[in-house]
Design a protein around this ligand. Structure first.
Ligand SMILES: Cc1cc2nc3c(=O)[nH]c(=O)nc-3n(C[C@H](O)[C@H](O)[C@H](O)COP(=O)(O)OP(=O)(O)OC[C@H]3O[C@@H](n4cnc5c(N)ncnc54)[C@H](O)[C@@H]3O)c2cc1C
Length: 415
């Protein structure tokens, strides 16, 4: 292309990578700069002694429209989680889900002890309703907390506290169901239409596959950016770059002068990995500690998910606490024993992600390209503009890239 404009993307998380891919597929080159030593941002995995240790339990919902667009799902060799969960309280186990293994997650057949017949019927009706509701309708619906939504829908207190709270705490990373009902409907619909999955080598395979679609010399790691002013980008080491168009695929408030500092709050999570003697559940399925006042939220066994993996238990803690990591591990160990009859074993790894999910109100599905423009040269991307999901991160990367393309090709005139 003649007189190709220079395009720079700050942040090689999923959003920045998808922006670069969309630009490349449209005939434009972009240079990516990331502060970290790896691509993928929050989507990362530690590989230690042959173990696959994701930075927090996160899954790819294979029904995400953006995942189908940007990823080759087949070559990720996804393991699908069973469409259900085991719930544990006081040493007793109940099963939620569909024993016929219909991939529509949350379709209830065996809902032993957890909810009334009325609850089961309501879940079935909700699932049918949300399958038919478009994503546009979901994100235009009146917003309320998920708790208020479930109560209004007539679900019993029992099913809310025993199932919805622990299950969605693991997804929203907050345990009071204060997250927007739009997110609840979106996630419920995605579960009903597909599966929660993990790639063969852990969640980092996702950004890995995205990065493979780009020339490696366009990705600059360990390069924190400190300032973006007009067409000039200043790196933390003081060096300067000229860029005709810049996409900031992370929070922009500390990079662009005169932007109000965002007071956005984030949900935090800690994941603990225990080397255990326990053989696991012999299928990939999520366990939930549904007793009150426990810190342990959801768990799974790595040997159930990754072929040939040594016995390892992953437990997520969502509730806030004041423990140091050893005290937390001791508490989790005690809860796993008391409620799930599982000997967790030795703590071998842990990770606390302070900024895991943005705490957002007035969620949207994704940005329109025109909404991503901040100034003449600067465009924004990232999940924090819409909703905390891989789907939104991907779509917002694409939207910002499209806005840049439209500007270059004279399809929009912006003052
Ligand atoms: C524990 C956990 C569980 C999750 N579970 C799920 C799930 O099950 N399903 C789901 O869909 N989503 C889940 N998510 C959310 C999903 O991971 C995010 O929505 C997505 O990764 C956001 O991508 P992003 O590119 O917008 O942001 P980020 O991943 O935050 O990327 C921003 C990038 O910008 C870089 N950066 C920041 N500042 C600078 C700077 N000054 N200079 C250069 N680079 C900079 C960072 O290093 C980072 O790489 C989860 C997230 C976490 C952490």
């Amino acid at each position: 292309m003649q007189n190709s404009p220079t395009i720079t993307i700050i942040g090689a998380g999923v959003s920045g990578l998808c922006a670069a891919i969309h630009l490349k597929n449209s005939g434009y080159k972009a240079q990516l700069y990331d502060a970290a030593a790896h691509v993928g941002g929050r989507v990362a995995t530690d590989y230690k002694d042959g173990n696959i240790l994701d930075h927090g339990f996160q899954v790819l919902l294979d029904s995400y429209p953006a995942a189908q667009e940007f990823l080759d799902l087949e070559s990720l060799e996804l393991t699908k989680f069973s469409p259900g969960a085991y719930l544990f309280t006081d040493g007793k186990k109940s099963t939620v889900g569909d024993p016929t293994r219909d991939p529509s997650f949350l379709f209830m057949v065996a809902f032993s002890k957890v909810g009334s017949i009325k609850d089961k019927l309501k879940i079935f009706t909700l699932s049918r309703k949300l399958k038919q509701k478009s994503l546009k309708e979901i994100f235009e619906a009146k917003e309320q907390t998920t708790l208020a939504y479930l109560q209004k829908a007539g679900f019993s207190e029992k099913i809310i506290s025993k199932f919805f709270k622990p299950f969605y705490a693991g997804i929203f990373l907050e345990d009071e169901l204060q997250t927007s009902s739009r997110m609840f409907e979106f996630v419920f619909k995605m579960f009903a239409q597909g599966s929660a999955t993990l790639p063969k080598n852990g969640i980092a395979d996702i950004p890995g596959q995205l990065a493979e679609q780009l020339p490696s010399e366009h990705i600059h790691l360990n390069q924190p950016v400190s300032r973006v002013v007009g067409s000039q980008i200043t790196l933390a080491d003081g060096s300067k770059l000229e860029s005709d168009y810049t996409i900031i695929a992370t929070q922009a408030d500390r990079l662009v002068p005169n932007l109000p500092i965002s007071n956005m709050k984030w949900h935090e999570v800690t994941v603990l990995y225990f080397k255990t003697e326990h053989k696991g559940f012999c299928k990939p399925i999520i366990g939930l500690v549904s007793a009150k006042n426990t810190l342990s939220n959801n768990f799974h066994f790595l040997q159930d998910v990754f072929e040939g993996h040594e016995n390892m238990l992953s437990v997520s803690v969502v509730k806030s606490h004041e423990y140091d990591i050893n005290e937390l591990a001791a508490r989790v160990r005690m809860e796993m024993k008391e409620h799930c009859k599982i000997d967790a074993g030795e703590l071998v790894h842990s990770k606390t992600i302070k900024k895991a999910l943005p705490d957002l109100k007035n969620l949207n599905y994704s940005m329109n390209p025109t909404e991503t423009q901040l100034t003449q040269n600067i465009y924004l991307a990232g999940d924090q503009l819409s909703n905390g999901s891989l789907n939104a991160a991907m779509l917002n990367g694409k939207a910002a890239a499209q806005a840049v393309i439209d500007k270059i090709e004279g399809k929009v005139v912006v003052g």
